[in-house]
Design a protein around this ligand. Structure first.
Ligand SMILES: [Zn+2]
Length: 343
């Protein structure tokens, strides 16, 4: 099958296109999915370059967003038939550990994340346990569906489940123009919050306003601290979504008003910061780490997409063999929204 394969960690040139990579094996509980669309996520960069604490087995196929059709089913599969349109939750959970039994399967200790712990979606086919699959309604395109499992789900989980955004609150989204950012702005707006988003290029401002941002700031040229304080009449914001890491975390922390929540789901600019424990309790600040979310949240997000409440922003589509070019575009921050790969 066609696949992008890593044989070792490194730069863009390590994303090697193969036309004759072996197809994945199909176990009794698995569905062989023919992938019609996948997307590039930040985690794919870390997988390519080497993910802290995870030993990748080479050859390895990156990618976590799986949208496609059923090609073949294992003997124990009951809910799917050949030709069904499907979308996959990006994780496989054990179903038996304490957290799985509590219904928090995304926190499973034996979790497997497609494209990180196991082969992923930069390929023609992937083998997915029936348990992780969702039926994809025919009115939703594969391209749009493929934007949901990682970027869309993380934004949904952040504001709906973890942060519990309330009507009338003010939310700051650092880096509002990427995949996670464009979903975050829309979802925070949909929940009735006032949304402040930052971008790295002025030409992206208009697009973010169109998604529901009330204030868009350029984090390179604007004085974000002053602008946010002015916008909130000096009070600060109720919630911050930070996927940037060490560079923005202390600023977000300072910008929270009393009772604020700081949601963290990335570490692009580093992993270590120092913050005041005194200020944390004195200002009743909650620091909430998160990644992805539960499968039912992905299903709820799919309903929002069907109802037209959110719309995935797709910047460009690339043939799978041009995955390294897609990585380059994303690293350069030239895009707004998602970059889709078509196997
Ligand atoms: Zn488990």
């Amino acid at each position: 099958m066609k696949a992008i394969v890593l044989l070792e960690h490194g730069g863009l040139e390590k994303l090697i296109y193969k036309e004759n990579h072996p197809e994945p094996e199909l176990r009794e509980q698995d569905v062989l999915v023919r992938i019609h669309a996948t997307t590039v996520n930040r985690i794919d960069f870390f997988v390519r370059g080497g993910y802290p604490g995870v030993k990748i087995q080479f050859p390895h196929i990156p990618g976590a967003d799986i949208a496609g059709t059923v090609e073949e089913i294992g003997g124990n599969v009951e809910r799917f038939r050949k030709g069904d349109r499907v979308l996959s939750w990006p994780l496989i959970a054990c179903g038996a550990c304490d957290l799985c039994l509590q219904g928090r399967r995304w926190l499973c200790g034996q979790w497997k994340y497609f494209g990180l712990h196991i082969d992923g979606s930069y390929a023609e086919y992937v083998s997915v346990p029936e348990e992780s699959l969702i039926h994809l309604p025919k009115e939703i395109s594969f391209d749009e569906a493929a934007t949901l499992p990682v970027a869309g789900l993380t934004a949904y989980h952040a504001f709906v489940t973890v942060g519990r955004a309330q009507k009338g609150e003010t939310i700051l989204v650092w880096g509002g123009s990427g995949g996670l950012g464009t979903f975050s702005v829309q979802i925070a707006h949909l929940l009735g919050a006032r949304v402040i988003a930052t971008v790295g290029k002025d030409e992206k401002r208009k697009q973010l306003e169109g998604l529901g941002a009330d204030l868009v700031l350029n984090h390179h040229t604007d004085d974000v601290m002053t602008a946010v304080r002015d916008f909130t009449r000096g009070y600060g914001v109720d919630m911050v979504l930070d996927s940037v890491g060490a560079e923005t975390f202390p600023k977000g922390f300072q910008l929270l008003q009393k009772g604020g929540r700081l949601l963290l789901c990335g570490k692009l600019t580093g992993m270590d910061v120092s913050l005041s424990l005194h200020q944390t309790y004195l200002r009743h600040v909650s620091i909430l780490g998160l990644y992805l979310g539960e499968k039912h949240e992905l299903e709820e997000l799919l309903v929002w997409l069907q109802e037209g409440k959110i719309r995935p922003v797709i910047e460009r589509r690339f043939e799978l063999k041009h995955a390294s070019e897609a990585h380059r575009v994303m690293a350069a921050g030239e895009h707004v929204g998602k970059l889709v790969l078509i196997p």
